[in-house]
Design a protein around this ligand. Structure first.
Ligand code: AP5
Ligand code: MG
Length: 217
């Protein structure tokens, strides 16, 4: 299965992707997670991406496309869930070109919809595992032990770009540049809109139900 998962910051892309990969066995490819890993080990790409990420803007298309096409090649034949990529129409066009070349295709785009007003509290309460990327929330999705990852016992961290002023900019960037990507796919692929304002488990159920219909078509 090859899926694109889009939605504003805090829509729950990372949270839902973890569940999708468990069910479908595809590889989770989050452009944001890959960039954070590059930064953590201090690569050239990580250094170039730093200022864009910290201000809530987008990293230049050429860097992102090269990074994601490389990651897709490594994913193998089991498929992938693209989380937060493509985020511009140029990235979408480049993705199409790369998939054509590889003889692969996207099955559907999942569009997680949520009001900007709901995003703020999700962002301030988010905590993530620096090792495995598991995502928690101090109220909505607590780890078993306070501030410790259930999977590997690492201390959880707060993302730098979750400060309110950066979140506001990320939302602005989303509306100005990424929403157009939904329009780009509308006549090309099934575009499935999901109400991401529901409880986490209900969002998962809605996604599985929609993907189930798709597979039986
Ligand atoms: P990225 O890491 O992709 O950030 P984002 O898109 O802003 O999305 P988030 O990861 O913040 O939110 P999410 O939707 O994954 O929500 P989550 O599941 O964590 O990108 C970071 C930066 O990298 C970008 O700003 C940009 O600079 C750069 N970048 C990345 N991709 C790029 C690209 N393609 N092109 C150019 N630049 C790129 O959930 C959030 C919180 O809410 C969690 O605490 C969770 O527990 C909680 N939660 C989730 N669902 C629910 C629910 N239903 N109810 C209640 N709480 C919930
Ligand atoms: Mg995420």
């Amino acid at each position: 299965m090859r899926i694109i998962l889009l939605g504003p910051p805090g829509a729950g892309k990372g949270t839902q992707c973890k569940r999708l990969v468990e069910k479908y066995g595809a590889v989770h490819l989050s452009s944001g997670d890959i960039l954070r890993a590059e930064r953590a080990i201090g690569t050239e790409l990580g250094k170039k991406a730093q200022n864009y990420m910290d201000s809530g803007g987008l990293v230049p298309d050429d860097l992102i496309v090269a990074m994601m096409v490389g990651a897709m090649k490594k994913a193998g034949k089991g498929g992938f869930i693209l989380d937060g990529f493509p985020r511009t129409v140029v990235q979408a066009e480049e993705l199409d070109r790369a998939l054509d070349k590889a003889g692969e295709k996207i099955d559907a785009l999942l569009n997680l919809q949520i009001d900007d007003a709901v995003v703020a509290s999700r962002m301030t309460g988010r905590r993530s595992c620096p090792k495995c990327g598991a995502v928690y929330h101090i109220e909505n999705l607590k780890p078993r032990v306070n501030n410790v990852c259930d999977r590997d016992g690492m201390e959880l961290m707060q993302r730098k770009d979750d400060q309110p002023e950066v979140v506001a900019n990320r939302l602005k960037t989303y509306h100005e540049q990424t929403e157009q990507v939904i329009g780009y796919y509308e006549n090309k692929k099934p575009v499935i809109s999901i109400d991401a304002g529901m409880e986490i488990d209900d969002v998962t159920k809605a996604i599985f139900a929609e993907l189930g219909k798709l597979k039986t078509k």
